[in-house]
Design a protein around this ligand. Structure first.
Ligand SMILES: Cc1cc2nc3c(=O)[nH]c(=O)nc-3n(C[C@H](O)[C@H](O)[C@H](O)COP(=O)(O)OP(=O)(O)OC[C@H]3O[C@@H](n4cnc5c(N)ncnc54)[C@H](O)[C@@H]3O)c2cc1C
Length: 332
């Protein structure tokens, strides 16, 4: 179904309209409509990782509304579930938890949809979407052929995948196939999850704990506009980390691939005294410095100026350049 001049949902709460908004409920519908869709093209999910720097997107904005979830295989140990790209992510997690399927529970309450989860390789509380993704079913919008990517072909990294940039953007995600365990396997390595008493450990208890922890420190999109973490946690060389650690012995750090070290962007922003800082309607969230928020009536320009100021202050103090995790949409 194609709509004209339709508002694009986005959790920052910024004004954005699509000249043409194509919402498809099946692969056939997408195939039928795509040759008629004016370019440029942008595929959106729930708009929870997007910052609209333009009030109007010309061309076509696509949205996947395929929202079925079904078990396609099952053996004694595991179950294989296929979910449409338009399924709300947290509905999928709740669905798995309710049926006793292990693997998605640490990713409870992350906003957005299943298709985007496979683009972003969403992660939280020691888990990432790639840990449970088996394959990703796409439409190649150049050849109009369906293509299935096995997990190892998706080039997953920290909040990244083949689909996130460059050539990968021509593949629209139709549905995602997940492999979940039927045997209890918990990932309780993250702080607050360690507090769940052993005797009350269950999938539902993990989900509840994750939700409670998230609600205590992250803004709920229905009350305060944001796109979650605005910046990626920077990954630096070991020598750079050692240089920083000499001046900041309490600096949080985590091992990363290839003897690199991952730092906490939120901690560095906080150390610059920016928690709660405001610039017009935009601000650094007072409970979590990694999150930039719309305190009411913020414009995209204000959010972008604030982001630039944060990047500059962190660079001046730590010599580390933060990069946005949020995708900035400039299509005008
Ligand atoms: C309060 C809050 C908390 C958050 N917490 C976390 C967190 O803990 N961990 C985390 O990883 N993220 C977090 N996020 C970020 C966000 O929830 C994720 O990035 C999410 O996956 C975005 O989903 P979406 O459906 O809203 O996608 P969008 O923001 O609409 O799009 C994201 C990207 O996916 C692409 N895309 C979307 N659907 C498709 C498709 N079907 N085919 C091809 N491309 C597609 C878009 O083009 C874009 O590049 C948080 C956001 C908020 C607002």
């Amino acid at each position: 179904m194609i709509y004209h001049d339709r508002r694009i949902e986005n959790t920052f709460g910024l004004e954005a309209v699509a000249a043409n908004y194509l919402e498809y409920c099946s692969e056939d519908e997408l195939l039928r409509e795509i040759p008629l869709a004016p370019k440029p093209w942008l595929h959106v999910g729930g708009g929870s990782n997007l910052l609209f720097a333009t009030k109007r997107c010309e061309g076509t904005v696509f949205h996947n509304a395929m929202n079925a979830v079904e078990v396609i295989r099952r053996d004694e140990e595991s179950v294989t579930v296929k979910a449409g790209g338009g399924v709300v992510w947290d509905f999928f997690v709740q669905w798995c938890v309710g049926r006793g399927y292990y693997g998605a529970e640490n990713l409870s309450l992350i906003p957005g949809e299943v298709g985007a989860a496979a683009v972003q390789n969403i992660g939280a509380y020691g888990a990432e979407a790639k840990d449970i993704i088996e394959s990703v079913e796409t439409l190649d919008t150049e050849t109009l052929q369906k293509r299935v990517f096995r997990r190892d072909e998706c080039r997953y990294g920290y909040r990244s995948s083949f689909f996130k940039g460059g050539e990968g953007r021509r593949f629209f995600i139709l549905s995602v196939v997940f492999s979940l365990s039927l045997k209890p396997v918990y990932n309780l390595s993250y702080g607050s999850l360690k507090d769940i008493p052993h005797q009350s450990l269950s999938l539902a208890a993990v989900r509840e704990k994750v939700i409670a922890t998230r609600e205590a420190k992250l803004p709920a999109p229905e009350h305060i506009g944001s796109a979650g973490s605005f910046f990626m946690n920077p990954v630096v060389s070991r020598s750079k980390f050692e240089e920083l650690a000499a001046g900041y012995p309490d600096m949080p750090h985590y091992p990363a691939a290839g003897d690199m070290v991952k730092l906490s962007a939120g901690w560095m922003i906080d150390r610059c005294g920016l928690k709660g800082y405001r610039l017009g309607g935009a601000g650094v969230y007072d409970k979590q410095a990694l999150v930039l928020v719309n305190n009411g009536g913020a414009t995209a320009e204000e959010v972008l100026s604030l982001a630039a100021e944060v990047i500059e202050r962190v660079k001046d103090r730590f010599g580390v350049e933060l990069r946005p995790e949020v995708q900035i949409i400039k299509n005008g």
